[in-house]
Design a protein around this ligand. Structure first.
Ligand SMILES: Cc1cc2nc3c(=O)[nH]c(=O)nc-3n(C[C@H](O)[C@H](O)[C@H](O)COP(=O)(O)OP(=O)(O)OC[C@H]3O[C@@H](n4cnc5c(N)ncnc54)[C@H](O)[C@@H]3O)c2cc1C
Length: 392
């Protein structure tokens, strides 16, 4: 088995690396989406430049804003972006809205929406979660009622990942039929974000992520904004969720943090000796290295299988995301323990070590609800992945 990349692929990696080195300030480490408008506007600009080169959605065909490359090239680009902890303002557009459009959109919808997403020119929000429908997605209550050529929406979404830039479109799921089982009455829609009747309310989280509540009051949109088949939205959405799971950048971003931390342990003395000389610290760091490498190899294995056009199941998709979520909490907890009481100090405190970045990442790492909770993933892995019987 050959784990290497081709010469062209190494060339692409060098090109992408150079792009980030040239575009970003040397100390650029946003860590998480900081809430500053200035920072997000800057990242948006970099996103657009990346989009112009076709690197945001490299596997998409050229006519839709991509380069027609394989999953391997996508994995390389995402690895390089992950090193800088880049989370694009339009992440929800690239994923999962883009794949949903490819799979279920009409040709007209594809031509209208995909190029702008691929070029980083539009901001999409994925609006699925509601106060009574998170893991239990089938319980969605946002109503879309047919009225002539339109649908009229009433209801609410919550915890919608956002940033301080105005969105252009919402990718959402609404109830179009009251039926048992409930998941047979849901439909996907693409809604212009400035449609009258939609209001937004910030819902900041402990982890520094900005999320929104989105309210719909008699929101009227044309039926041409429906995506896929009527009342098949739940099944469509389940198919596209899988695209969110394979993210090679997750391993490189952890690797970068670890390198920074190891350097800190080299330079910082405790009881007269560098931290790195403490056997317990060395043992902890070695374990983290092993864990990150296992994650990296798993993500690349799945990426390679995707590039070979293998039909993958939940075990392949979910495992990388699940393992990544399970991994980050103990990694940052271990770093916090090594920092001792200093670890609790936030960015801005003059005594904060590593500018408070470990504390911030430790907090971010607790935010495991995004794109499905750990418990929900375990249920999918056990049932659909391993074929274990459901608990009654
Ligand atoms: C930072 C952040 C960003 C987010 N961004 C988005 C976004 O952009 N778009 C969007 O639509 N949503 C978003 N979400 C929402 C996220 O998808 C939901 O939080 C998630 O689906 C869980 O739903 P819930 O919060 O309603 O929790 P619940 O489903 O109410 O779950 C609460 C707890 O119960 C557990 N649980 C639930 N059911 C079971 C079960 N059957 N067996 C065992 N345990 C169970 C869960 O694991 C969890 O620990 C975001 C959330 C966060 C925190």
């Amino acid at each position: 088995m050959d784990f290497g990349f081709t010469e062209e692929q190494e060339g692409l990696r060098a090109e992408v690396k150079d792009f980030f080195i040239n575009e970003l300030p040397v100390d650029f480490r946003p860590g998480v989406f900081a809430l500053s408008e200035k920072l997000v506007a800057f990242v948006k600009e970099v996103e657009s430049k990346l989009g112009k080169r076709g690197w945001l959605a490299p596997v998409w065909p050229r006519e839709y804003g991509g380069l027609g490359l394989s999953e391997i090239e996508r994995g390389i680009i995402r690895e390089e972006a992950g090193y800088w902890e880049m989370r694009w303002p339009d992440w929800s557009g690239i994923n999962p809205t883009g794949p949903a459009l490819f799979l279920f959109g009409t040709e007209e919808q594809k031509r209208r929406f995909l190029p702008a997403i691929g070029k980083g020119e539009a901001i999409w929000l994925q609006c699925f979660t509601e106060p009574d429908a998170g893991t239990d997605e089938a319980n969605i209550q946002l109503r879309a009622v047919a009225d002539g050529d339109d649908y009229v929406f009433n209801g609410q979404k919550c915890f919608i990942s956002s940033n301080p830039i105005k969105p252009d479109y919402l990718y959402t799921e609404a109830r179009t039929l009251d039926i048992e089982p409930k998941h047979r009455g849901l439909t996907l829609f693409l809604i212009p974000a400035d449609t009258p009747g939609i209001t937004y309310n910030p819902l900041p989280t402990l982890a520094d992520f900005l999320t929104l509540e989105v309210f719909f009051e008699d929101v009227r949109i044309s039926k041409e904004y429906m995506l896929g088949e009527l009342n098949r939205g739940f099944y469509h959405a389940m198919t596209t969720f899988e695209f969110e799971r394979v993210e090679t950048g997750n391993a490189t971003s952890l690797k970068q943090d670890l390198q920074e931390f190891i350097q800190f342990c080299r330079e910082t003395k405790r009881n007269g000796k560098p931290l790195i000389d403490d056997p317990q610290v060395r043992d902890t760091l070695a374990q983290i290295v092993v864990d990150i490498e296992v994650l990296r190899l798993h993500l690349w294995r799945t990426t390679w299988r995707l590039s070979e056009r293998e039909k993958l199941g939940p075990l392949d998709y979910e495992l990388g995301s699940f393992f990544g979520k399970e991994l980050v909490v103990p990694i940052y907890e271990a770093m916090m323990n090594i920092l001792g009481l200093y670890g609790q100090l936030k960015t801005g405190s003059k005594w904060a070590q590593l500018a408070g970045s470990v504390e911030r990442r430790w907090r971010t790492s607790r935010s495991t609800h995004i794109a499905g909770t750990i418990e929900a993933m375990k249920i999918v892995l056990a049932g659909r992945g391993l074929g274990l019987p459901r608990r009654r």
